[in-house]
Design a protein around this ligand. Structure first.
Ligand code: GLN
Length: 224
């Protein structure tokens, strides 16, 4: 059996899955900041569980796909037989929040930084085309304060790590935030119905507003 680093930490027992009564939200535990996502989801009132097996998908009301390396996550998802079950659940309308590499996984198409098509397994749930590592070598990682549509209060402090941006999107996609670059403003948060994508890592700050937005969206989806 393939072991995943930190697996024992992630085992979800009845006492560690957050508040009962909230929606059950899985964090895809193949790579990335799984514990940080669990923490912010729980703080927003969700029952949050780490998932990595197909059988664990059925009970989920929503899913977070963390950042990392989208090719690696895609390969691991294929290895675990998760790609088609995930695509199926997303087609059926399961809400999902993809962050950084997770946003790439949600996209219908990915491009390399130079614009060449990136051949890699994707879930293809969102009508977005993402450009990987889009911000270039000099500013590969940076932080920025973003005005995010739907969030009240202070701008959201966002940590970008070899981040993609959303290069194109279909008409059913709402742009929630952009960041200024020398090439103009680029889309870094988008929503399409129950699907949310951020180009940065919202789990790396203590600001849980984007996770709370997602938990609200999952709650609404679960009650219709
Ligand atoms: N550069 C990564 C990719 O293209 C994404 C980086 C991240 O998730 N922090 O998959």
């Amino acid at each position: 059996m393939t072991r995943i680093p930190g697996e024992s930490l992630l085992a979800a027992g009845p006492s560690d899955d957050g508040l009962s009564g909230g929606p059950t939200i899985g964090v895809l535990a193949l790579q990335g900041d799984v514990l940080e996502h669990l923490r912010l989801l729980r703080a927003a009132g969700a029952r949050a569980v780490a998932v990595k097996r197909t059988g664990e998908l059925d009970r989920l009301d929503g899913l977070v796909i963390p950042g990392g390396e989208s090719t690696t996550i895609g390969k691991l998802a294929a290895m675990y037989g998760l790609l088609d079950p995930l695509r199926q659940r997303l087609r059926e309308g399961m809400p999902a929040f993809g962050t950084c590499a997770g946003a790439i996984l949600l996209a219908r198409r990915a491009l390399h930084a130079d614009g060449r098509p990136a051949e890699q397994p994707l879930l293809g749930a969102m009508d977005i085309v993402v450009r990987r590592n889009a911000f270039g070598r000099q500013i590969a990682s940076f932080e920025a304060d973003l005005d995010v549509l739907g969030l009240t209060g202070e701008p959201l402090h966002a940590v970008f790590i070899r981040a993609p941006w959303i290069e194109e999107h279909g008409p059913s996609v709402n742009v929630l935030a952009k960041v200024g670059t020398p090439l103009g403003d680029k889309v870094v948060v988008a929503r399409q119905g129950n699907l949310l994508a951020s180009a940065f890592h919202p789990e790396l700050t203590d600001d849980g507003r984007l996770h709370a937005l997602f938990v609200d969206l999952v709650r609404e989806a679960a009650t219709v």
